[in-house]
Design a protein around this ligand. Structure first.
Ligand code: SF4
Length: 305
């Protein structure tokens, strides 16, 4: 069944001149069929550099929006129109405008896990990998608003020793991991290296050996001599890590760390997406131009990223 589906998807992909992107948290069969896997921004940048006409983003809405902002000339499809990100939805453009009005002299740094409208209201975008560098590069005398993830924000604040005006957003799939989960996993695997995503709670991060984005986890595990890893992020991450290091054991810190939105994408939906050219993600030009500016400013600060 799935072989036939995979064949149909590959055939249609070629006919449509499409590129398939899959986030690291996607189901294994989706990651395995994708042209590129990785984090949301890295994938959008890669796709923008291909000569494909269509981008199918197997991920959630804000990711497809970012791809559409970076590739305005391409058709961007999200296979399930209901695959959203609850954390991105925790702040609207209007709420950010109100926050900016309360702090008119503040610069706004927005995590890529946000809507295009919210990015458009921001001075800089950042990823979980470069957030501290972006914040650290800003003038000392400027206040900084950081949205939407409070946990990434606290991590950045601690790293840069800068006070940030935080928004109370969070990722439910990450904060479900508890300090007890880490303690229990450590008891079971005393030699394991603990890698935690910055979206985890402060207690979990404090108990971890490394705090890393998904791309950083892959790089770190690739070069590490360790044979066992406890992984405190969405459980989908176990697949690319194990694929890259089949000689090592990767254990999820909690099986509950599951993003249901990420798992909405199936092979069938991917096929239908290519068949029906759905669901097309289009960003109004003015919003896209402003969001693009915030993304470009991030790249200017970090030219090598
Ligand atoms: S894992 Fe969290 S931040 Fe990522 S898409 Fe799911 S809800 Fe959003």
């Amino acid at each position: 069944m799935s072989d036939a589906l995979i064949e149909k998807i590959s055939k249609l992909k070629a006919e449509r001149n499409a590129v398939i992107l899959a986030h690291n948290y996607q189901p294994p069969e989706i990651q395995d069929i994708a042209d590129f896997t990785g984090d949301s921004l890295g994938l959008s940048i890669k796709a923008s550099k291909t000569d494909s006409v269509v981008i199918v983003f197997c991920g959630v809405l804000f990711m497809a929006e970012t791809a559409a902002v970076l590739s305005p000339q391409k058709i961007v499809l999200l296979p399930d129109k209901n695959a959203g990100c609850p954390m991105a939805d925790m702040i609207t453009a209007e709420q950010l405008r109100q926050l900016k009005a309360q702090h008119p002299d503040a610069l706004v740094v927005t995590y890529v896990n946000s809507s295009a409208e919210v990015k458009a209201e921001s001075d800089y975008c950042c990823t979980s990998a470069n957030a501290a560098e972006i914040v650290g590069s800003l003038p000392e005398d400027r206040k900084i608003i950081f949205v939407p993830d409070q946990h990434l924000g606290r991590f950045v604040s601690e790293k840069t020793r800068r006070q940030l005006i935080l928004w109370p957003g969070y990722c439910a799939s990450h904060i479900v991991i508890t300090d007890d989960d880490i303690k229990n996993a450590k008891k079971k695997y005393p030699n394991a290296v603990v890698m935690a995503h910055p979206e985890c709670s402060e207690l979990v991060k404090a108990l971890s050996d490394q705090v890393l984005s998904t791309s950083q986890m892959l790089r770190f595990a690739k070069d590490s001599p360790a044979k066992e890893f406890i992984v405190a992020t969405e459980v989908g991450m176990i697949h690319p890590l194990s694929k890259q290091r089949p000689d090592a054991l990767f254990v999820p810190a909690s099986e509950k760390a599951l993003c249901h939105n990420m798992k909405k994408i199936t092979l069938e939906k991917l096929l239908w997406s290519l068949q029906d050219m759905q669901y097309r993600i289009e960003i109004p030009q003015d919003i896209a131009a402003k969001a693009r500016k915030a993304l470009d400013r991030m790249v200017e600060v970090l030219p090598s990223k």
